[in-house]
Write a protein that binds this ligand. Structure first.
Ligand code: NAP
Ligand code: HSE
Length: 434
């Protein structure tokens, strides 16, 4: 049987997971593909590090170039993370005509356009299934399964760390910092974890899905991103009382006019009756709406050694088949096809809102706030001033009808200037999935 020699760059959570998974299921894959995968070299930073998965010393090196440029290595997996050395690893491999598999969403977000162009130029492919939603095969599904659809909307819970934190805060009333430390121990979080909790990791992933769905590489700077740091136990509690669950939700929505698309990541109130509200823990889900297929839902582990390794194995299989049969007959992993596509500015995007204020408990305050919303032409669908909050200031919660983000933010800025309003207003968007 033909054999493909694999060089792995990185032996951490994902790299060691791939090594382990190939030990377990390499023979099965070979029998399915008609081509075997053999790990020939593995590059790491520290040869002396104690690893949960033992990689034979003879395979290890600290010099990634030794792996990539080894004439015996014909397929490279970039699993180190970051955007500098990883970019060099990928470009060097592609220039040598070697297919590359990466799990690195930060790299693709920043340099995707350049890397896919290089793959095309050098007649090979760059695969990236593990870069989005861990073990869920969403890249292949969008690329192949939905090739006949226009994707009108896509919603994703695509950061395992944030979903794990928000779930434990809701179900156990757990403390943010303690749960984050657990997510780090479990190998879910990025280094540093700010990439997760500030929403950037989810933005990298949602940008990749938006690019694939709409055929133009989304500039990450155009994605509106908010993380979960400002979500408090109070917001989770009041959202729950109103029948909602807070999730960090990535959204890609085709707007009515032209080729403009909303691409955003922010904490969102999801109705408890919607399936995405019950995606808990490290699990991810991607909800896709296509003009032909209708609604489709994908669910699975979004992070961790084995789930991510499963996605890498699927790409390794595609790359091995490229080497066996050539790339000409295959749909390339990314095909630009929408030259006039653009991301809509968030100020123009229309949403509904949950607003939590901390206000002085005095007559007339509610009327002043309602006047500002009224003057901005923003309708109020409900107001709650929960009882049992004695003190000088009390929480006041508004649910607002559809308004542009620009109008809502301007009204909130005016409300924040009222002397009766204490601290910064909290505004969380509400999604009805219509
Ligand atoms: P990790 O545990 O920190 O592992 C990184 C590995 O890269 C380590 O083995 C490290 O070596 C090695 N490394 C770093 N710089 C190197 C260099 N210059 N030369 C050679 N080796 C180098 O990270 P990870 O969690 O496996 O993540 C890897 C990639 O997968 C990232 O792009 C990440 O975003 C992505 N990803 C991760 C997950 C997940 O659940 N963890 C899921 C999906 C995608 P040492 O071991 O010697 O330090
Ligand atoms: N840090 C990422 C997450 C890893 O928590 O989702 C998977 O991409």
């Amino acid at each position: 049987m033909q054999q493909v020699n694999l060089g792995i760059i990185g032996g951490g959570t994902v790299g060691s997971g791939v090594f382990d998974a190939l030990q377990r299921n390499g023979a099965l894959m070979a029998s399915r593909l008609g081509v075997g995968l053999q790990v020939t070299r593995v590059a790491v930073r520290d040869l002396k590090k104690n690893r949960a998965v033992k990689i034979p010393r003879a395979l290890l090196t600290t010099d990634w170039r030794e792996v990539v440029c080894d004439p015996e290595v014909n397929l490279v997996a970039e699993l180190i993370g970051g955007t500098t050395i990883a970019r060099e690893v990928v470009l060097t491999s592609l220039k040598l005509g070697k297919p590359v598999v990466t799990a690195n969403k930060a790299l693709l977000s920043a340099h995707g356009e350049e890397l896919f162009a290089a793959a095309k130029k050098f007649g090979t492919n760059l695969y990236y299934e593990a870069s989005v939603a861990g073990g869920i095969p969403i890249i292949k599904s969008l690329r192949e399964g939905f090739v006949g659809n226009r994707i009108t909307a896509l919603y994703g819970i695509v950061n395992g760390t944030c979903n794990y934190i928000l779930t434990r805060m809701k179900l156990e009333g757990a403390d943010f910092a303690a749960v984050l430390a657990d997510a780090q121990k479990l190998g879910y979080a990025e280094t540093p974890p700010d990439l997760d909790i500030d929403g950037h990791d989810a933005a990298h992933k949602i940008g990749i899905l938006a690019s694939l769905a709409h055929g133009f590489w989304v500039n990450p700077k155009k994605i509106h991103v908010e993380g979960i740091r400002y979500i408090s136990a109070l917001d989770i509690k009041f959202a729950g009382e109103l029948g909602y669950t807070i999730k960090l939700l990535g959204m890609v929505k085709k707007l009515e006019s032209g080729c403009r698309v909303q691409v955003s990541v922010y904490p969102t109130l999801i109705p408890n009756a919607h399936v995405l509200a019950s995606v808990n823990g490290v699990f991810n889900a991607v909800f896709v709406r296509g003009d032909i297929v209708g609604d489709a839902l994908f669910y699975g582990r979004g992070a961790g050694k084995d789930a991510t390794a499963s996605a890498v194995l699927s790409d390794l299989a595609d790359a091995a088949l490229d080497l066996k049969f050539g790339t000409k007959h295959r749909l390339p992993p990314f095909v630009p096809h929408e030259c006039s596509g653009a991301v809509a500015p968030i100020a123009e995007v229309v949403s509904q809102y949950f607003v939590r204020l901390n206000v002085a408990d005095k007559p007339g305050v509610l009327a002043k706030i309602a006047t500002i919303f009224g003057e901005a032409n923003i309708g109020i669908s409900s107001v709650i001033q929960p009882e049992g909050h004695a003190g000088e200031s009390v929480p006041l919660i508004f649910m607002l009808h559809y308004a542009t983000n620009g109008a809502a933010l301007k009204a909130l800025a005016n409300i924040a200037k009222l002397p009766a309003v204490k601290g910064k207003p909290v505004m969380i968007r509400v999604e009805s999935f219509e």
